[in-house]
Ligand binder design. Structure first.
Ligand SMILES: [Zn+2]
Length: 116
């Protein structure tokens, strides 16, 4: 059937929100509502068998929080402190939301990489 993918291929597939094994099936039914498929529609790979990707989601969220913290200490507020805080929180939430499908795809790819 499908030949074994290289590590790079796995990561690319994850970032394209595709199944890491066959590269064809989608991970998300509707990524904008974060509705995931439980398994690949093409090769029946179960994506997140025991919720392993959760650990990666925690870590990457912590990482992004670290990035926001760096922004906080390297970019001092100009003008109103209130606007700055609101902007920072809005920026962080946007960053989490926008990167979430890709982090999830990557988590599933890494998970597959570790378990194959
Ligand atoms: Zn598949």
């Amino acid at each position: 059937m499908t030949e074994k993918a290289t590590n790079l291929q796995l990561l690319v597939r994850g970032l394209r929100l595709r199944c890491p094994r066959c590269g064809e099936g989608r991970i998300f039914r509707r990524w904008w509502t974060y509705t995931e498929y439980r398994e690949c529609q093409r090769c029946d790979l179960v994506y997140d068998r025991r919720g392993e990707s959760l650990a990666f989601m925690y870590l990457s969220t912590a990482f992004l929080t670290g990035v926001m913290f760096l922004v906080l200490i390297t970019l001092p507020p100009r003008g109103s402190l209130w606007t700055y805080r609101v902007g920072l929180v809005a920026g962080a939430l946007t960053l989490y939301a926008v990167t979430m499908p890709f982090r999830k795809g990557l988590a599933i790819a890494l998970n597959y990489f570790n378990s194959r």
